[in-house]
Design a protein around this ligand. Structure first.
Ligand SMILES: [Zn+2]
Length: 242
């Protein structure tokens, strides 16, 4: 089956990527990508001491404006590329920092990284519930996903409650081409459950430079191998309608 070329996990100079947002859009156009999300890092944990992140309100505002400028350009010039505003939240960040700086309605896609324990699921649930209360109108609410999530952390313990959590908030599993080991056969049970429960799946490459922008072939193959085409189609439908 022919899918739109989709990459929903990329980084620009606003965090640890090498290219400006404008440059990434120009490269994506050359590569004939149809759906692109820029998902720079948010963190106020140890991580923000190592890499630049979207850690102030001013920086986030500037980031969003830069993406909007590109969106306008793409629309006025009738380009076959849709650009989405994303952010990747390090869940080692403080609850206070996340609640203070991230307004969910400003984003199309919010990724959570480092979801590894039942406690971290509870932490993220608490944040989503807080956001939902602030945004009772659902159509403005962003699409939520797990960045390079490793299912093996849950495969022997807590798998059902994880699946319930993904279903409850329509959170997608990302096939991330920088982390092949996470889609290995040892996690097959997880992928079976995704299928059984119609959990969304999507694709990202975690590109930090122009090279990685179209590394999306392997994830597509894995979606077919695990019979998750329907899950991906459901996701694309939701994305298209944003
Ligand atoms: Zn990333």
């Amino acid at each position: 089956m022919n899918y739109p070329k989709t990459n929903l996990h990329t980084h620009s100079v606003f965090s640890d990527g090498k290219n400006s947002i404008k440059q990434m859009v120009a490269i994506a156009l050359k590569l004939k990508i149809n759906y692109l999300a820029i998902t720079d890092h948010f963190s106020d944990s140890w991580k923000c001491k190592i890499i630049p992140t979207l850690n102030t309100a001013e920086k986030i505002e500037d980031y969003l404006i830069k993406i909007e400028n590109c969106q306008r350009y793409l629309k006025t010039n009738n380009k076959n590329l849709r650009l989405f505003k994303g952010i990747e939240i390090d869940i080692g960040s403080s609850e206070k920092g996340i609640k203070k700086l991230i307004r969910p309605q400003d984003f199309d896609i919010i990724l959570f990284e480092y979801l590894e324990t039942p406690e971290s699921v509870a932490y993220v649930r608490n944040i989503i519930q807080y956001w939902k209360k602030l945004n009772p109108i659902n159509n403005k609410f962003p699409i939520l996903g797990l960045a390079h999530f490793d299912p093996s952390n849950f495969i022997y313990h807590g798998l059902d409650s994880l699946i319930y959590f993904l279903k409850e908030f329509k959170i997608y599993y990302e096939f991330n081409s920088s982390y092949y080991e996470y889609f290995s056969r040892k996690n097959e049970l997880f992928f079976k459950k995704l299928k059984e429960h119609n959990i969304y799946v999507a694709i990202g490459s975690d590109a930090h430079n122009s090279n990685g922008l179209d590394f999306i072939e392997e994830p597509l193959k894995m979606i077919e191998i695990y019979n998750l085409e329907n899950n991906f189609n459901l996701f694309l439908e939701r994305l298209k309608n944003r």
